[in-house]
Design a protein around this ligand. Structure first.
Ligand SMILES: *[C@@H]1O[C@H](CO)[C@@H](O)[C@H](O)[C@H]1NC(C)=O
Length: 259
């Protein structure tokens, strides 16, 4: 019986440390509110969509008044925020989309909320097909964070409002230092190479990379000399010899270097 009790305790401990699945926290709500803007009455947005409150778009939602059967127009900031929360949590919408798409087990409330804002703005399909999501689900949080900045185009043009929104989302996503200090240490493999479980040519092979693969490097360690180079780069699932990597962008940190 004691053994069973311990086993159950262990299971509970695992489940409480699992991925955060909502709701969007207040920092995330504030971010969405800031970038959507508050409109007490219906208006037509720049692309012709009838909208109200904080980005409550009438081509997505039934805009019969009272909205959602209870919010009279004009909205107050409080009823608009209540409406926004209902939009976020609605079946098949933004928060469910994030919760279903992310398999990264340590997702925290800030990361979730930044992704909820991203999805509210860009739609579920864009999150699902994004490199941001695939890097995050591989555990590469710093690599994922760098992807926000790519989602700033509308009609082939960079929109300053999107640049600011993505920067704010990245800041929320990374708050608490979860993206590390090495978010811009990136490299490219210069040969087909093995990924090792530790910085040694005798450590087990955990994967391989084709020549020319872009990698996000989170740390550098000393290990077995490879053609005179003692350094190994840590990537999401192991180590690769620095000899076979060219640095493509450095954060200026001394360790983010090949030699
Ligand atoms: C890596 O750097 C070497 C030396 O500068 C260069 O000759 C080679 O083309 C680079 N390889 C890649 C994949 O960038």
């Amino acid at each position: 019986m004691i053994k069973i009790a311990c086993f159950l305790t262990a299971l509970l401990a695992v489940s409480t440390s699992a991925e955060y699945t909502g709701p969007t926290n207040q920092a995330g709500l504030n971010l969405i509110k800031e970038f959507e803007g508050f409109y007490a009455n219906f208006y037509t947005d720049p692309v012709g969509i009838k909208t109200i409150g904080y980005g409550h778009a009438c081509h997505v939602w039934n805009c019969a008044v009272p909205l959602n059967g209870k919010y009279n127009v004009p909205l107050t900031q409080a009823t608009a925020e209540a409406l926004l929360k209902e939009d976020l949590v609605a079946p098949g919408r933004y928060e469910q989309c994030v919760a279903n798409a992310v398999t990264y087990a340590n997702l925290n409330a800030n990361q979730f909320s930044a992704l909820a804002s991203f999805t509210f703005n860009l739609g579920c399909g864009n999150l699902q097909s994004s490199t941001l999501l695939s890097l995050l689900n591989r555990g590469d949080v710093s690599g994922a964070a760098e992807e926000f900045a790519k989602w700033v185009y509308a009609g082939g043009q960079i929109l300053p409002g999107l640049v600011r929104r993505r920067a704010a989302e990245k800041e929320l996503f990374c708050s608490g230092g979860t993206c590390g200090t090495s978010t811009t240490c990136r490299g490219v493999t210069n040969d087909g190479i093995n990924i090792r479980s530790s910085p040694s040519t005798s450590a087990s092979v955990v994967g391989s990379l084709a020549s020319g693969t872009a990698i996000t490097i989170t740390d550098r360690a000393s290990g077995t000399n490879v053609n005179g180079n003692p350094y190994w780069f840590k990537i999401s699932n192991g180590y690769v010899s620095a000899y076979y990597v060219n640095i493509s962008s450095s954060n200026g940190a001394a360790w983010c270097a090949k030699n």
